[in-house]
Design a protein around this ligand. Structure first.
Ligand code: NAG
Ligand code: NAG
Ligand code: NAG
Length: 971
């Protein structure tokens, strides 16, 4: 009870004293209020720094206090931030607090005030806030210049992904200010008439030179650069290793580079906690750390990455000897290289003083690792490489690692070498083909080149040793230079053993042995057919004799240019599939199966022939038509070879285009692929290559086609051949009537010839004056035809009428009297031109045929006689030679061309009456021709007298005149 009373009294006392204390606080300012508040600005950081003191603390007193700070924007009532800041406060301490503003501080005015609360256990409750300090105004705009427009923040650096608040401040309230980031307009919020704020969310890195943001009004523009950097990453894959236990190389993956223009990039520092050493790294990805000589074994390294915005670090703890990454070995050499062995030597860089390295030797051949060995190495080492192939290029490589604590292999170092040649290791694969010709065996040997792995070098030649088994002493050696793959031997009827070896520069291969027996073993074996498949040809056979050392299947295509191929088979096989990429569809292959006896004699077991794939024939036989009669013809295609076709010929189809509804007997009506109907005859025997088409209609034509057929189809239905069937009597015609006609013709020719002869002899031809050669020599100026002058061309002035019987009246133009009044008992000249007044050599008219007279003038017995009008014809001058005449004529015609033919120049018409005796030119007429009853008027020629007649005194020839007189019936 007493205890209770004591406790109660104490409680009351305490309560009382607190009341007293409280009343004191309320009445006067509390001690420990914040005083001397100072606010400063860091524009770049957008930070407000506050500092203040707390008075009335006793000397060694430390009080735990809470300060409440309020920040307002634009006006004091607009509180944007309230924060309680707890801190133990000592005597005379200056307190600091900072606040980072999202909005650049230049944008608007900020206000700050502070109050405090003692939260120390030494001071009894209740606790009360002190009074607020007065508002401190922070106006960064005051320090700005007089520019009309500002944009903030200036040159701010932010990380990618952060939100950035920017603002513009205008000196005068304006509404039409627009802002853009990288030319993309941005829209903000108006804080006051002069200030607008833009919030850019999640800004992205655009370029190292920063992002451009600007605002403009009609007269001004202002802008800022916002530096957006990548976020600094934590270094990845941080590890350290040593090559020689003297230094460490620490490496890492730095991730994104955060470097920006005008901003320093991230820095890396190494810190080792045991030694307390720090190193600023020079490179971004690795750092060199010098190992202390005091043989520190364990390291705890911290790598710190740092830029202006961030700092990140990673640590590793390791033992130095467990991080040995040796340098690659050196001085790799190969010694004592033989065909199958080589020795490899190399050196390693020492690691520390004691360590042993583990080295790995790898042998590569043809790009693959063939052998791999591990070798323990101190400094120098060697390895014996064996089981190598001769004449092969190898690459040998070596790498090393710490033997005790494996960390990493060094890089490889390698060397290439080639082993030496060795004798070929295998006998060449040899096969033969034997032909018996005239009591000797022609043996063709074939061998395959040895594979590289068996040749062991370049094969230089093949030795063929031929041993006569019947005469053991007789051995023949042939050396055949490579790269031959066979040879031909002519052997007699003895048995021979043939050894074939391949030789290179080092030695000789084992021998391949073949025995050619006296009987070549090509006994008559029926050839069977075989059908190839996509997989090849499947062959099987029955073993015949018990003792065989193997079987050989050989094959060759029908094409003789292709070489024999063969396949060796075990003695206990009885079937095989022959595959070859060389098998082509439509080519026939012949297969032979041999068994090889223990004496190495090959006996033919079976023969097969077949196609890998049969193809329909691509061509039809060339068919010859013979024995054509009026009812039948024969077809034959003997040249068609059934063996060299693209499939097995089963027979032939003879197609005949039908004449009527019905086909010929034996033919069958079929529809061809082009829907035409045809008659088909089937020949089953591929060797029957003739066919007679019968029962044909004479005098008609037929169309036929012969095409082979096979299991895969028949030949092309290309052009049908047409045959015209003669009529029944055509052969009679040919055999009887034609010779008769021929005889008749012969007879007629004979008769004609005889009559010609008769004519020549009995009544020879009168020469035709029209065809005289003189005519052709005269060049007419106007008339191009070398004919005798046309009557039309002349103006007749006289006409000679010869023996007019009927006495009919003949009227002439310009004639002065009727001709009927004249007597026509003689030929007469009618003078048509006036002659009385004519002086000089007057016109004279006569009729002359030069042609006819040519012969006469040639002979000198007759000439041209110009007739002068006043003188009798006997006075006519004579043109003695045809040359003269021609000249004269030519001149005359040329000169007189312009004038009228009936003009001053006298015309002389010289005519020749057709004489009955003119057939004989040689005989001159002795009598003037009488008035012939059938005389006719002939075409005349005009000769100008003036020129045609030289002066009579010059060239006159009386004989000619006489001659002419004789010919002139007028006198
Ligand atoms: C606190 O200190 C100031 C001077 O520093 C003094 O004026 C004031 O009286 C003191 N107040 C109390 C309660 O001690
Ligand atoms: C940026 O602002 C968006 C939306 O206002 C907010 O969701 C996001 O957390 C902010 N990012 C940062 C880094 O403050
Ligand atoms: C350290 O390692 C890096 C990366 O492997 C390499 O680039 C650098 O040269 C090394 N430094 C030294 C001193 O070996």
């Amino acid at each position: 009870m007493a205890l209770f009373a004591v406790v109660q009294a104490a409680f009351l006392l305490t309560l009382l004293s607190f009341r007293t204390y409280q009343s004191e606080v309320l009445s006067e300012p509390l001690p420990w209020t914040p005083e001397s508040l100072e606010v400063s600005i860091n524009s770049a950081q957008q930070c407000l720094y506050l500092q203040w003191r707390v008075h009335n603390l006793t000397h060694h007193q430390e009080l735990k206090m809470v300060f409440q700070i309020e920040i307002s924007r634009i006006e004091t009532s607009n509180v944007i931030w309230v924060e309680n800041y707890s801190i133990p406060v000592t005597w005379n301490q200056v307190l600091h607090w900072s606040w980072e503003s999202k909005l650049p501080l230049e944008c608007v005015t900020h206000f700050v005030r502070i109050r405090s609360l003692v939260a120390d256990a030494s001071i009894p409750e209740p606790r009360f806030w002190s009074n607020w300090s007065s508002w401190e105004e922070v106006d960064a705009q005051k320090s700005l210049g007089q520019d009309p427009l500002f944009v903030f923040p200036k040159d701010k650096l932010v990380e990618e992904g952060s939100n950035v608040t920017i603002c513009y401040v205008s000196r005068s309230p304006e509404s039409n200010i627009s802002c853009a980031m990288e030319d993309v307009p941005i829209h903000g919020k108006r804080l006051s008439p002069n200030v607008s704020v833009f919030i850019l969310n999640d800004v992205r890195f655009i370029r190292e030179t920063g992002t451009n943001i600007y605002c403009l009004n009609p007269s001004n523009m202002s802008g800022i650069i916002l530096y957006v950097s990548k976020v600094l990453e934590e270094p990845k894959d941080f590890s350290c290793e040593t090559q020689d236990l003297k230094s460490l190389n620490c490496t890492w993956d730095p991730g994104h580079d955060t470097t920006l223009r005008h901003q320093s990039s991230q820095r890396y520092t190494l810190f080792e906690s045991f030694s307390g050493k720090t190193k600023l790294c020079e490179h971004k990805k690795w750092c060199h750390w010098q190992v202390a000589p005091d043989s520190q074994e364990t390291y705890n390294l911290t790598l710190t990455a740092e830029n202006q915005l961030r700092r990140r670090s990673v640590s590793i703890l390791f033992n130095l000897t467990h991080r040995v990454h040796p340098m690659k070995p050196f001085n790799v050499f190969l010694k004592s290289i033989s065909a199958t062995n080589a020795t490899m030597t190399w050196k390693v860089h020492p690691v520390g003083n004691y360590s042993t390295l583990l080295c790995q030797v790898a042998l590569h051949g043809e790009g693959k690792v063939i052998q791999q060995h591990n070798v323990s190495v101190k400094v120098k080492s060697q390895y014996f490489l064996s089981e190598l192939e001769p004449v092969t290029e190898y690459v040998t490589r070596v790498r090393c690692a710490a033997a005790n604590h494996f960390w990493k292999w060094s890089e490889w170092i390698g060397q290439t070498f080639t082993t030496l040649e060795a004798a070929p290791s295998e006998a060449p694969d040899v096969w033969r083909n034997v032909k018996s010709v005239l009591g000797s065996h022609i043996v063709t040997l074939f061998w395959r080149p040895l594979s590289k792995s068996h040749a062991h070098g370049k094969i230089l030649f093949y030795n063929v040793v031929i041993e006569n088994l019947d005469k053991p002493s007789s051995v023949k050696l042939l050396s055949i230079p490579a790269p031959a793959n066979g040879t031909e031997l002519t052997l007699d009827q003895c048995s021979y053993q043939i050894h074939v070896t391949a030789n290179n520069s080092v030695g000789t291969s084992p021998a391949s042995i073949i025995v050619i027996s006296r009987d070549p073993g090509n006994k008559n074996v029926e050839e069977g057919r075989i059908q190839g498949t996509e997989d090849g040809f499947s062959l099987s056979w029955k073993p015949q004799s018990g003792d065989v050392i193997g079987y050989v299947v050989d094959w060759y295509p029908q094409d003789p240019r292709c070489q024999l191929q063969w396949k060796n088979l075990d003695p206990n096989t009885t079937s095989t599939v022959i595959r070859s990429d060389a098998f082509r569809p439509g080519i026939r292959y012949n297969f032979r199966i041999y068994e090889i006896s223990t004496e190495r004699i090959a006996y033919l077991l079976e023969k097969k022939t077949g196609y890998a794939q049969e193809l329909a024939p691509s061509e039809n036989p060339q068919v010859a038509v013979s024995n054509l009669t009026s009812h039948s013809f024969s077809l034959s295609w003997k040249d068609y070879s059934t063996d060299s076709q693209s499939s097995f010929i089963q027979g032939y189809h003879v197609y005949l285009k039908p004449k009527e509804e019905q086909c010929h007997p034996g033919f069958e009506k079929v529809v061809l692929s082009d829907d035409s109907v045809c008659c088909q005859y089937k020949i089953d025997n591929p060797e029957q290559k003739t066919f007679v088409v019968e029962n044909l209609q004479p005098e008609s034509f037929y169309e036929f086609l012969v095409t082979p057929y096979t299991s895969v189809g028949e030949g092309p239905h290309d052009a049908f051949t047409k045959v015209t069937i003669p009529d029944e009597y055509s052969h009679v015609l040919i055999r009887i009537i034609l010779p008769m006609i021929f005889c008749l013709l012969l007879l007629m020719v004979l008769c004609y010839l005889t009559s010609q002869w008769m004519k020549e002899k009995c009544y020879p031809d009168i020469p035709d004056p029209y065809k005289s050669s003189v005519l052709s020599l005269i060049k007419y100026k106007e008339n191009h035809h070398p004919t005798i002058m046309n009557v039309n061309d002349c103006v007749p002035d006289a006409i000679e009428v010869v023996n007019k019987l009927e006495g009919s009246k003949i009227q002439f133009l310009g004639a002065r009297k009727s001709l009927t009044e004249m007597e026509f008992t003689k030929p007469a000249y009618l003078y048509l031109l006036p002659t009385e007044n004519y002086s000089g050599p007057g016109p004279c008219i006569c009729f002359e045929n030069f042609t006819y007279n040519q012969a006469a003038s040639d002979s000198g017995s007759c000439g041209h006689v110009p007739v002068l009008l006043k003188t009798p014809p006997s006075q006519l001058a004579l043109l003695t030679s045809p040359e003269n005449l021609l000249k004269t004529l030519e001149q005359n015609y040329v000169n007189s061309s312009g004038g009228s033919p009936a003009g001053e120049t006298s015309l002389n018409y010289v005519s020749q009456l057709a004489s009955h005796m003119s057939g004989d030119k040689d005989s001159l007429p002795t009598n003037p021709p009488g008035p012939a009853l059938c005389s006719e008027y002939r075409t005349q020629m005009a000769v100008s007298l003036g020129l045609a007649s030289p002066s009579p005194s010059e060239n006159s020839s009386l004989s000619s005149v006489t001659l002419l007189d004789q010919g002139e019936p007028r006198r």
